[in-house]
Design a protein around this ligand. Structure first.
Ligand code: NAD
Length: 359
């Protein structure tokens, strides 16, 4: 069935421009192949928005994203805007747009492709044939949003932050995680610190209740300190991980590092509607911006996630992921993936061409 979707494009700064153009070329090719229509509308965000309007997140951008079916983001930031006051920095726009779109879930796949095994800092015997896990992180609750402040304590002035989670918030993120596991290998690990934290005990109890609704999903709990260790000891044991805002922040960075290739990793932020925001996990890479050296694959795979999670187009998403697999298996590499290998790396546009050919 022919489908039509409106996609807001937030290219942002630095390599954001190059990599979003690559993802658009791939999405257009997929639309043509499967008979769909994607309408793209660009909006300003980050440093380029400050230059044009004085603000990193203009109202027009928020309105445009709210009126679209989904949002594709490149990256924001750069040294040019380092002297902006804290509340007007390019990165501030990211929190603003997530809040405006009500995005409370962050999905971060960490996949080590067998063909890129040597990029992982882990030993070959640990990495085996690679791994493929998905971290589901709660994005709008917990200690980053709880009560905070200063007060007089036993040793004089002290600062405090508060971790608080409601059953509603835990159920909401838990459901996303179980549904995600159902679409993958039906295995879910919930990560908490229930041996110490009251909020984690409620987290665990609520997840256990929810697990009864998903008997097909093999469910287990793990303490966060153990999880940090297990990720580098045996990452293959994980399929889907669900965890709180702060634990997810830390563990998702750890998981991305063990794949060894920041230019390959996509992410999705989702809320209660089908609309999501999809972006690579890396930043605007000012050191290589404008040089046609960036690896576009993280953004191309973010486009695939958009098709799967916002538009329900799984075959189309599979098609992009398989094309990326093929290009890597054929040995094509951008500079960031070369490691100590000999040869000339592909440019951003050449890598995009290879993916388009493989489609
Ligand atoms: P970065 O991710 O931009 O770059 C880190 C290193 O990885 C650099 O050497 C860069 O060249 C390389 N790299 C990143 N993406 C690459 C790609 N696709 N292909 C090849 N190499 C790639 O992180 P940083 O240097 O810490 O931050 C640069 C700017 O980006 C800062 O202003 C920061 O605030 C911003 N930032 C934005 C986001 C976002 O927009 N979501 C996320 C992180 C950082």
């Amino acid at each position: 069935m022919k489908m039509e979707f409106n996609i807001a494009l937030l290219k942002g700064d630095g390599i954001g421009v190059e990599i979003v153009d690559s993802a658009v070329a791939v999405l257009e090719k997929v639309a043509e192949k499967f008979g769909h229509k994607f309408n793209f509308t660009p909006y300003l965000i980050g440093g380029c928005a400050i230059d044009a309007t004085g603000k990193p997140l203009p109202q027009e951008t928020v309105d445009g994203c709210l009126a679209s079916d989904s949002v594709l983001l490149g990256a924001v930031g750069g040294t040019k805007w380092d002297n902006q006051p804290g509340n007007n920095r390019p990165e501030k726009a990211l929190l603003g747009i997530r809040e405006a779109l009500g995005l409370y879930t962050n999905l971060r796949p960490a996949k080590l492709y067998p063909s890129l095994r040597s990029a992982s800092p882990l030993k070959e015997e640990i990495v085996g044939d690679g791994f493929d896990l998905m971290i589901v992180r709660e994005l709008t609750g917990g200690i980053y949003f709880g009560d905070r402040g200063y007060r007089q304590g036993k040793y004089g002035e002290e600062a405090f932050d508060t971790e608080a989670y409601s059953v509603t918030e835990i159920e909401r993120i838990g459901r996303v995680a179980f549904e995600t596991a159902m679409k993958r290998n039906k295995k879910l690990t919930s990560i908490d610190k229930a041996n110490v934290l009251e909020s984690s005990r409620l987290w665990r109890k609520t997840m256990h209740e929810l697990s009864k609704e998903y008997p097909e999903v093999e469910y287990n709990d793990m303490f966060v300190d153990n999880a940090a260790m297990q990720l580098v000891r045996n990452p293959q044991q994980f399929d889907v991980i669900v965890t709180s805002n702060m634990f997810g922040d830390i563990l998702s960075d750890e998981a991305s590092q063990i794949t060894g290739s920041i230019g390959m990793l996509a992410s999705a932020s989702l809320g209660s509607t089908k609309r999501g925001m999809y972006e690579p996990i890396h930043g605007s890479a000012p050191d290589i911006a404008g040089q046609n050296k960036a690896n576009p694959i993280a953004t191309i795979l973010s486009g695939a996630m958009m098709l799967r999670y916002s538009f329900g187009l799984s075959d189309e998403a599979d098609c992009i992921e398989k094309a990326v697999d093929k290009v890597l298996n054929d040995g094509w590499r951008t500079a960031d993936l070369m490691g100590s290998a000999e040869g000339t790396p592909l440019t951003c546009t050449e890598m995009t061409e290879k993916v388009l050919e493989a489609l």
